[in-house]
Design a protein around this ligand. Sequence first.
Ligand SMILES: [Ca+2]
Length: 182
Amino acid sequence: MTSPHRRPRTVTLAVATAAAALTATVAASPAATASERHCISDTGTGQERCFASFDEAIAAAEEEIGRTLEEQERALDGGGASLMAAGADVIIGTYFEHENFGGATFTLYGDGLCTGGDDTEFWFTFPSEWQNLVSSAQPWASCSLWLHSGPDGTGDRDGPYRENTNYVGDHMNDRAVSTTLG
Ligand SMILES: [Ca+2]
């Protein structure tokens, strides 16, 4: 045991400094927390738009694909043949910040009519502010969703999430950097 009193003192100072830094950050940008963001992105272009509510985000995604979620669901119930023939865009899935579909949301849309099998048909790397955040997921169309700890579908993965998943599981919770779709 050499100088038992030094270490705890150092730790206390570090914590105090971190707390001060956190206070300063919060004071500087009170409205910019990730939990207030509801974003949509095109899988092809990666172009992202964000809104204040999930409803607004979904409405914008519906406008992008030219069809409401309800209409999409009806088309998919019929086997999706009409969508596939038209080369239509679909709303693919939503990724949530918290368990039970809570917090900030990130919704993907694009020409992603998947077979729902085990093969990866395409991947998408989340924008940096959406990485290491996802805790629940909801597929809207025919794609199975996987989550990966690395970019471009690399690293550890978990899935497939084929149904509404209120918790992605301990393996990939708050670790996803990219998603693959199949
Ligand atoms: Ca989370």
